[in-house]
Design a protein around this ligand. Structure first.
Ligand code: PLP
Length: 397
């Protein structure tokens, strides 16, 4: 059994805060402070350029990729880390399209994160080869998979509602129709059990700043199924993905396997923070995280619905059909969330009307859920959100 009291003590949660936004940005793992300080002073400060060899900076993406891989069912040597998730989406989609040259349709859904759809549009424009992006409702994805589709590109957990796709079933259906899959695991990795091998995913990508607690702007990851690792052509053929970066050849030759999905210089300091954040997972069972998160979210839904009928559940009621977040709708959702944040209950808002709460058992327990519901009840019952200051939209919602 995972000891969630132990894991909770590994995070810095400011006094007076109930943090229900780990689905957007995980909190600070206390050990990351020392780790980053050591990387700055001990490694960068003292080693200077030598750090690339003496401090293992060059091997970081591969080593930390393997650590993330263990959390998503990826064998060693199949995950690379670096860049932002949008870039990893581009790489995965571009490689997948090249592997299905006779087809022209990219199939996705309107629950996908907009950046993934924007990236697909941009790539289609650059390829100028007649590809189209077909976006259907999440429940229509299965029926839209047919022999015209080149790539099925989906985010497993809907960022607004938490609705969960059946990755294994959709991948199976895709493969039967000769379709390759690109799965975005941004809201899955560290939130729910993921097994890219068992699901037979072709490509998977995700970020590390949400449930993996790597810090703001922490680098993203890409998984390539071993069957494609040596044949997928990297669209972003940067020098770090070259077979021999320090040969400084004038021609590009892709690196071995997943190494080719590296692009440029690794973000050493950010990777040090992520490495420390991944230590938290050493004695954690993802199945325990999943059952605890469902129990917390169920408790939240039941108590909130009983006390705040003004809020409408926007997430699946069945915990098995949700990721690790719960959303409620209200036309004044933005102001409500500002009032909650001012009272220490931190979630977030997603346009047009969803207030979103993440349930992360590593540092959130039942008493937090009950205390959060008390605050929400007070904000709703006493219309504490109804002031001009809470209606002014910030840049980040
Ligand atoms: C599902 C999903 N895909 C892509 C992105 C974009 O990630 P990034 O800003 O790291 O490129 C996000 C960001 O939250 C996301 O949630």
């Amino acid at each position: 059994m995972t000891d969630f009291r132990r894991t909770r003590a590994l995070f810095h949660i400011p006094d007076g805060v109930i943090y229900l936004d780990g689905n957007s940005l995980g909190p600070l793992p206390i050990a990351a402070v020392d780790r980053v300080a050591r990387t700055l002073s001990g490694e960068w400060g003292n080693e200077l350029i030598r750090g690339w060899n003496t401090a293992g900076w060059m091997a970081q993406p591969r080593r930390i990729g393997d650590r993330v891989g263990r959390l998503i069912g990826a064998p060693a040597g199949t995950v690379a880390i670096g860049d932002t998730l949008s870039i990893k989406v581009y790489q995965a989609l571009a490689s997948a399209l090249e592997l299905t040259p006779e087809r022209r349709v990219i199939l996705s859904d309107n629950g996908n994160f907009p950046s993934d759809l924007y990236i697909a549009e941009g790539l289609i424009g650059s390829l100028d080869a007649g590809h189209i992006l077909k976006v259907v409702a999440p429940e229509d994805v299965e029926n839209a998979i047919d022999g015209t589709v080149a790539v099925l590109m989906l985010t497993e957990v809907d960022y607004r509602t938490g609705r969960l796709h059946d990755m294994t079933a959709l991948t199976r259906k895709a493969h039967l129709a000769g379709v390759l899959t690109v799965w975005d695991l941004a809201h899955s990795a560290g939130a729910i059990p993921v097994d890219v091998t068992a699901a037979d995913a072709d490509f998977a990508v995700g970020c590390t700043y949400k449930y993996l607690n790597g810090g703001p702007g922490a680098p993203a990851f890409i998984y390539v199924a071993p069957r494609y690792a040596e044949i997928a052509r990297p669209a972003l053929s940067g020098w770090m993905g070259h077979e021999a970066p320090f040969a400084f050849d004038l021609d590009y030759r892709p690196g071995l396997g997943i190494e080719r999905m590296r692009v440029g210089t690794p973000p050493v300091i950010a990777l040090a923070a992520l490495d420390a954040a991944l230590d938290v997972w050493e004695d954690v069972s993802m199945n325990d995280v999943r059952s605890a998160s469902i129990a917390l979210a169920d408790l939240f839904i039941d108590t909130l619905e009983a006390r705040c009928p003004q809020l409408t559940l926007a997430s699946p009621r069945d915990g098995q059909k949700r990721g690790s977040q719960v959303s409620f709708r209200h036309e004044n959702g933005y102001a409500i969330m500002q009032a909650l944040i001012a009272r220490g209950v931190i979630g977030d808002f997603r346009a047009p009307d969803a207030i979103r709460f993440g349930f992360t058992p590593l540092y959130i327990g039942e008493s937090d859920v009950r205390a959060a519901v008390d605050v929400i009840d007070d904000v709703m019952t006493n219309r504490r959100w109804d002031t001009p200051e809470y209606r002014t939209m910030a840049v980040v919602t």
